[in-house]
Design a protein around this ligand. Structure first.
Ligand SMILES: [Zn+2]
Length: 207
């Protein structure tokens, strides 16, 4: 048993310092009370390393872009490093917020898809192939999300199936509503997305 010469208390375990006054304890170590959390330590090391790496990337991208004016992309004076910044910040955001405990897979999936979709559109806009992305890449991505959500709703036994299915329906409808709001004809690829989300929804309800 160790003791604190100032607070006149006995302290069990193998603490080095008094929990009250932080003075050095005297006496013999006991068996330690608390198990060492190796896993947590490793996770935080991994987290720090990726954070450090991300900051190196951000700083060097901004440096190369604004100091050396290295052109990248179709436009002169286009600061591509801002795109790099956007992607990396989103990456950090997702590590901090999305992979928290208690978030269900459907929400992680949907939020990730929405964020990535917006960023892909911005990136594509700067490099001049937004049309291609909107017409071909996005419908495929959305379709995959819908199918993944559907599979999750089948696998999940904790009563969240309805959440997945409603998310599916929402993902299918939103692009159509956007087209409608812009008074444009909805491209056929998006119509297929909408229909698939409806079919899956109805199918899942019936079975
Ligand atoms: Zn003390």
């Amino acid at each position: 048993m160790k003791n604190c010469p100032y607070c006149k208390i006995n302290v069990g375990g193998n603490l080095k310092k008094c929990p009250f006054c932080q003075s050095r304890l005297v006496g013999e170590d006991d068996e330690k009370y608390f198990p060492t959390q190796l896993k947590l330590k490793f996770q935080s090391l991994f987290y720090k390393m990726q954070l450090f790496f991300v900051w190196i990337l951000i700083i060097s991208a901004l440096g190369v872009d604004f100091m050396f004016h290295l052109p990248l992309g179709p436009y002169k004076g286009f600061h591509w490093s801002l795109l790099v910044l956007m992607w990396l910040l989103a990456f950090e955001y997702s590590i901090i917020h999305i992979f928290k405990k208690g978030m269900d897979a459907s929400r992680i999936l949907s939020i990730t898809v929405v964020i990535v979709a917006i960023m892909v559109c911005i990136t594509a806009y700067y490099f001049g192939f937004l049309r291609f992305v909107l017409q071909w890449v996005m419908p495929i991505v959305v379709m995959c999300t819908i199918i993944a959500n559907f599979i999750l709703s089948l696998v999940d036994k904790s009563g969240n199936a309805m959440v997945y299915l409603l998310t599916d329906l929402l993902i299918g409808i939103v692009p159509y509503l956007v087209c409608f709001a812009l008074k444009k004809n909805c491209p056929i690829e998006w119509m297929i997305c909408l229909l698939v989300s409806f079919v899956i929804f109805v199918g899942a309800i019936i079975f």
